[in-house]
Write a protein that binds this ligand. Structure first.
Ligand code: ADP
Length: 213
């Protein structure tokens, strides 16, 4: 999935979150978005997810600006998301959390069991599937979130500070899995992070934001 920001500005009332930002993430790219707290990283994620609209400028998905709700929904179904704070439903098991996400994106019914199995297997969580989020370690939980994201066979994975709550070993482990999805399936990855050691050692495209207010 290709994402193009064309002179995008986002203001929240008097607060300017991003200003005249242009970049292109092409299909199969693995891109980092870095910058200090408050520089607009989460705003970019929310704009791509269409949770908020730009104040000015355009966001193109595969060279097209989605206009109708149908187009927005269709794009959303192709995006897997992982967050720093996991955002798992606490009273559902890991498997049920993944199943719920498949339901939300209207994934083909008869392919759901295989999609869940494959995602859990890839993330080495087969024997954790019936556990609840609170029963997993931080590293396992973030892998479970990635399993939830990849189960829908996304064209794009948005990872918003995914290593923020992980120790270095688990952080690198997660990066390994993200790289695997990028290299083996050609999934586009956009990851916000302030872990500059990860950014430096991966030699990928970097969008550096600055905080100018
Ligand atoms: P980051 O993810 O890099 O920490 P954010 O995108 O969360 O940055 O925020 C960018 C700027 O926009 C910050 O100054 C923040 O305070 C402001 N901001 C973010 N969300 C809102 C909101 N809903 N209402 C008002 N200001 C906001």
């Amino acid at each position: 999935m290709e994402i193009k920001f064309d002179s995008v500005t986002k203001n929240y009332g008097p607060i300017s979150a991003i200003k005249d930002l242009s970049f292109t993430v092409t299909q199969g790219d693995f891109v980092f978005i870095t910058g200090p707290s408050g520089s607009g990283k989460s705003t970019i994620i929310k704009l791509i997810l269409n949770q908020i609209k730009p104040s000015s400028g355009q966001i193109l998905v595969n060279n097209h600006s989605p206009k109708t709700q149908l187009e927005i929904d269709q794009n959303r179904r192709k995006i897997g998301v992982i967050f720093q704070d996991f955002q798992m439903i606490t009273d559902l098991t890991i498997e049920e959390n993944i199943a719920l996400n498949l339901d939300i994106v209207d994934f083909e019914n008869d392919q759901r069991p295989l999609a869940i199995d494959t995602a859990l297997k890839k993330m080495k969580l087969q024997n954790r599937r019936f556990l609840f989020p609170s029963q997993l370690s931080g590293g396992e939980l973030q892998r479970a979130c990635l399993a939830r994201a990849i189960a829908i066979s996304p064209q794009l994975i948005l990872a918003d500070e995914p290593t923020g709550n992980l120790d270095p070993i688990n952080a690198w482990n997660l990066i390994k899995y993200l790289k695997q999805e990028n290299e083996k399936r050609g999934t586009t990855i956009i990851m916000t992070t302030h872990h500059l050691d990860i950014v430096k050692s991966l030699n990928k495209k970097v969008i550096k934001l600055i905080k100018d207010n």
